[in-house]
Design a protein. Structure first.
Length: 235
């Protein structure tokens, strides 16, 4: 039962109104008994009636957060709605993925998630790359960090040959002119500087994703997703 009147509610700032609405909608999602309270707030704010439906509630919830200037990961409201998720029995490919001095936890988490989605292989982290115990990596990997074999500080000379650098250089070959096989290592470089000189000097092959736009490169996690799809289509 609401403990405030319409007059008191509307005396709040717009941000505070939406923050309060989000709080009650969150309660209503967990306990439908609170839904009547949210409907009353909805009337205060002259919003269209909201159906008692998970996706509609989630959309409205994030609308309130946006107006309230509150950031929260989109998966936090409907944590159990994963209609197509299943525990895969597909074995991982015999491929190593080496992260050379990556900095962005978001990129790293996305790479882990992609590696799991395509079941590519094991991920090796250079000494300068944040590891899977990083909070933001866990958030963007969405649980897949516990499914993908991960290793910290593996020397390049212990990884599978050939070492394939993914880099934009004049000597690079298009990934579409290369047929991938298992028993190889993919080298992914820093978001700003690319692969280190040491990693490039050790590479047996340099591949690139051909681009036709003005920008000469892609975000590393986007590039890896394209690469992962190409690898799976070859095998």
């Amino acid at each position: 039962m609401l403990l405030f009147s319409q007059r008191k509610f509307l005396s709040l700032s717009l941000k505070s109104q939406h923050k309060k609405a989000a709080e009650f909608l969150r309660k209503a999602y967990s306990d439908s008994n609170y839904f009547s309270d949210y409907q009353q707030i909805e009337k205060f704010m002259n919003l269209p009636p909201l159906p008692l439906h998970g996706e509609a509630m989630s959309d409205r919830y994030h609308y309130h957060l946006k107006i309230a200037c509150i950031h929260i990961k989109e998966d936090k409201f409907l944590p159990h709605v994963r209609h197509l998720d299943k525990l895969s029995n597909e074995p991982f490919l015999n491929i190593d993925i080496y992260l050379d001095r990556l900095r962005s936890a978001h990129n790293i988490g996305s790479i882990i998630r992609t590696a799991e989605a395509f079941r590519l292989g094991e991920i090796h982290f250079s000494e300068q790359t944040p590891y899977i115990d990083h909070k933001k990596i866990k958030s963007s990997a969405m649980g897949t960090e516990s499914l993908v074999p991960c290793h910290l500080k593996t020397p390049l000379n212990q990884l599978k040959r050939p070492l394939i650098a993914i880099e934009t250089t004049k000597d690079a070959t298009s990934i579409y002119d290369h047929t991938f096989s298992e028993n190889c290592t993919l080298l992914l470089g820093n978001e700003e500087y690319g692969l280190s000189h040491h990693a490039l000097s050790q590479a047996d092959l340099i591949l690139e994703i051909p681009l036709v736009g003005s920008k000469n490169s892609l975000n590393v996690s986007c590039a890896f997703a394209i690469l992962a799809s190409k690898i799976r289509s070859d095998l």
